[in-house]
Ligand binder design. Structure first.
Ligand SMILES: [Zn+2]
Length: 441
């Protein structure tokens, strides 16, 4: 960690309560916290640059790091891209993660997190297996990570609540609190009501949250009606899964009563529009969720069902898909979408991040404005800047990624990993797992 970092002369997209954008501003970081934000002249009058790492952010936007609220470390992508969800899970995803060992998970996580960091993501809410390997990867590369297991009923040969409890004991609070462990439930088709009830009890015992796929596809809704006699969200509600520390991913096919249950329980929603589109799962009722007052963040889901971990791309999807389907260009305005990818995701995880305000954790990115994506850019126009961030930019515009006050990535280089070695090892891990995986016949 650098003791002190001063990012000056930038366009500061604070995402604070007043939604201030400061043109020609400075952000000061000391240790793992933001200590000052203001115009360059005001901040210069309050603090000197002695001993600090000084970054000149002229022609850059400085903004909170992005929060990827539904995430899976990925070993393979672009493999079986043509399948519907259930078939894809049974013939590819589950066999791969059953065969995975901790070292392969470690390399897969480093490869996954490195792509995210390059694209300005500072927090991942990662449900996967072999959490010791994931925690090691997160600790070394420097990303903020909430990890959870893929828990299912025993016959599915994934993780158990005991695995998740062990992972919590091993890794929760590691790396200065940068790594946390939640209890993860894969989804209702692989879970009994008994398992769901025990999941909430374990989360309460550990004082942690729950991460679950919920109401992702029509087949899941049908499965729920057949097995439980009611819709997925109703089952989750009855079993105590829904509460304000539950991150419910997808929520594509929510009925009005299900939205009301989400509201009653304060459940946090991860909207993953590009994954939902690619897998042919549909379009979540985000306008209705927002109207009901739900907190909605954004996730890419997994590179297997999205292929890119670029959350800028997800932001664009999170606007366009609703405008197209409702024939309404007033939906999902750019500032609201940036808020979903920053503050909303952070609030869902109860993190002290998501805005550039003194006292908050220093998860900060800089975005290059001197390129075609941001041209033309009217001087001192907040609306123009937000529009470009959502509709024109992609993750390659990110120059610098800082987490917990540490510079992890700057000008195309990682400070914490050997990127080429990570990619090489992740390729080998994929091949080794393919050799070992057993596809059910
Ligand atoms: Zn997922």
């Amino acid at each position: 960690m650098n003791d002190r970092i001063i990012i000056k002369n930038g366009t500061i997209v604070t995402m604070n309560d007043a939604d201030d954008v400061i043109f020609g501003g400075t952000v000061v970081i000391e240790g793992d916290r933001i200590t000052d934000v203001g115009t360059a002249s005001d901040v210069a009058g309050r603090s000197d640059e002695g001993g600090a790492v000084v970054m000149d952010a002229a022609d850059e936007a400085v903004m909170p790091g992005l929060v990827d609220l539904h995430y899976h470390t990925t070993l393979g992508k672009g493999w079986s891209d043509h399948m519907p969800l259930r078939e894809y899970l049974e013939t590819y995803w589950y066999p791969i993660i059953r065969a995975l060992n901790p070292e392969e998970a470690y390399w897969a996580a480093l490869a996954s997190y490195s792509e995210s960091i390059k694209c300005g993501v500072t927090t991942v809410n990662d449900m996967y297996r072999r959490l010791d390997g994931l925690a090691k990867a997160a600790e070394e590369i420097g990303i903020r990570a909430v990890l959870s297991n893929d828990v299912a009923d025993d016959e599915h040969q994934l993780d158990t609540l005991e695995d998740n409890k062990t992972a919590f004991e091993n890794s929760n609070g590691a790396a200065n609190g940068r790594i946390e462990v939640y209890v993860g439930i894969e989804w209702l088709p692989l879970a009994s009501e008994g398992l769901l009830k025990e999941t909430r009890m374990l989360a309460d015992d550990l004082g942690t949250g729950i991460h679950i796929h919920l109401n992702e596809s029509l087949t899941e809704v049908e499965n729920s009606k057949q097995r439980f006699g009611r819709r997925p969200t109703e089952v989750a509600y009855d079993c105590g899964i829904l509460f304000d520390r539950c991150i419910a991913a997808h929520c594509v096919w929510l009925s009005d009563p299900e939205i009301a249950l989400m509201r009653e329980t304060g459940t946090q929603i991860s909207h993953n529009p590009s994954s939902n589109a690619k897998l042919g799962n549909g379009i979540a009722r985000v306008p209705e969720m927002l109207a009901a007052g739900l907190n909605v963040g954004l996730g890419h889901d997994a590179a297997e069902c999205n292929n890119s971990r670029d959350l800028f791309e997800v932001m664009k999807f999170a606007s366009l898909i609703h405008r197209a389907s409702r024939v309404d260009p007033s939906l999902q305005q750019a500032p609201d979408v940036v808020r979903m990818a920053t503050r909303n995701g952070s609030a869902a995880l109860r993190h002290d991040t998501g805005e550039l305000t003194p006292g908050k954790k220093a998860d900060v990115i800089t975005v290059d404005l001197a390129n075609q994506m941001f041209t033309p850019l009217f001087p001192a126009s907040k609306a123009h800047l937000y529009s470009h961030l959502v509709f024109a930019a992609n993750g390659s515009a990110v120059d610098t990624t800082i987490v917990d006050g540490a510079i992890l990535y700057r000008d195309g280089e990682f400070t914490t990993i050997d990127e080429q070695k990570v990619l090489h090892e992740a390729n080998l891990a994929f091949q080794h797992v393919l050799d070992r995986m057993v596809v059910p016949t």
